[in-house]
Design a protein around this ligand. Sequence first.
Ligand SMILES: Cc1ncc(COP(=O)(O)O)c(C=O)c1O
Length: 461
Amino acid sequence: MSKNNDLINAYAAKRPLSTNWFKRARAVLGGGVGHDLRHFEPMPLYIERGVGGRKWDVDGNEYIDFLGGNGALLLGHAPPEIVAAITETVGRGTHFGNDHPLHIEWAELVQQLIPSAERVRFVNSGTEATLLAIRLARAFTGRNKVLRFEGHFHGWHDDVVHGFHPPFDADGSLGVPPHVRDQMVAIPDGDLDLVEDVLSREDDIAAAILEPSGASWGRVPLDPAFLRGLRELTTRHKVPLIFDEVVTGFRFSPGGAQQLYGVVPDLSSLAKIIAGGMPGGAVVGKAKILSLFDITGDGHHDRHKRVVHFGTFNASPLSAAAGIALLRRVATGEPIEQANAVAQQLHAAWNLVLERQGIAGYVYGPSSTLHVYFETDEDRVRNASTRDDLHTTDASRLKGMPAELILEYQRQLRYRGVDIMSSTGGVVSAAHTKLDVEQTTAVFEQTVTALIDQRLVLTMR
Ligand SMILES: Cc1ncc(COP(=O)(O)O)c(C=O)c1O
C-alpha cells in the first residue's frame, strides 16, 4: 500500500462521524458539498464550532484555521463583540424587508473607511457585488465589454466565470452561452502597453475589473505601479475602473488595497469582512454612477433610465449589526496590524523550513495572506542558483501547480490539524497567536517532508 493510501485510511479512521455525514451528504446535496472548494478526498470537513484561530470538527479533531470563513473572519471565530451585536439584534426580528437604522449606520462606516465609497449599495455576496458593479458600469457608459485580467477571480456569475483558472482560454464552466464570453476581453495583468492597446483598439469597453492585490488575493503578485498606470489609462479612455476588493477590503488596510496603494477606482466590490462573518457585500463608488439607482418620480426616467436592483436580504439587520461591530474594530487599524504581523512570522518560519529542507519553492503573500509556491518545472529548478531565482509572476505557473500536489499538501496539513483556504494558501486573522505560528510551522515541516518522500516536490540539491 502506498504512503498516500496509508494517510487516507488514517485520515478517515480519525473521522467516523464525518464519514457518516459524508454518506448522508452525497445522498442529498448536489455535488455532495455546498461550494466547490469544500470538496475534498476522502471527505469534506464537517465543522461543529470555532473560537479565535481554531475550529473543531464533529469528530473532535482540532484545526488551526487559515480558511477563516473563506477570508471573511478578520477577528477569527466567534469574536465576543460580533456575537454580542448579533445576539442583541436578533431578538428584535431577523428580517423586515424594510430599511432600518443599522443599514444606514453600516453604510456610513463603509463610506468613512473606503476611499472610493461616495455611495454604498449592499448586496449579499461578492458574486452579487461584481455582477452589480459591472451592470452599473455598462449602464453608465452605454458600452458592453469588460476588460479583465487572466487569473483574477470575481465570483461565479456568467460574465466572470471564465479566465481565472488555467488554461485561461478554456471555458470556466459549462452552462454559459458563448455570447456572454464574447463580452469579456481577457489579457494577462502587469502589461500597461497591452492595456493601452486594448483600450485604443476597442471602443466598446464599459469597465476594467481586477483584484488590486493581484489574482487570487495576491497569489499572483502585482506591482502597485500597474494599478497606478491602469488608473491613468482608464481615466484617459473614460473607462470606469472597478477594484474587486472582496478579499482585500478591510484586510489590506482599513480602506482596503485602494487606500494601501493610493489608487482610487470608480467602483469597488466588497464582501466577506464587510459583514463581520454574516452574509453580505456591497458595491461602492462614485455618486454619479450610483445615482443610476435613483428613483425620481419621473415615470419615463424611472422605467427606462435606471439600473434595477432588488434582493430580499440586502443589508439584513443581522449582517448590518455584525458589520458595524466589525468595521468599528477595523477602523482602529489594530486587527489588521495584528494579522499582518502573524502572517509575517509565518512567512519567515515557513521559508526557513523550505530552506532547511532544500525545497524548490517559497512562501509569500501581501498583508495577512499566506501563499506557497512549489516549483515543479525541472528546468527552472536546474537553472536556479537560489530559491529567490524561482520567484515568478506567471499566473499559469502560480495557479497551475499539479492537482495531486495540492491535494496531498492540503491533506497532510489537515491530517495534522491545519486548514487553509485554497490551493496552497490561506488568510491570517487577528486572533491567531504565536503558539498557532509555532504549531503550524511544525505541521508545515512534516507536510513538506511527506511531499519530498512522495516526490511531489523538487529539491534544489
Ligand atoms: C476577489 C473575489 N471576488 C469575488 C468573490 C466572490 O465572492 P462570494 O464567494 O461572496 O460570492 C470572491 C470569493 O472568494 C473573491 O475572492
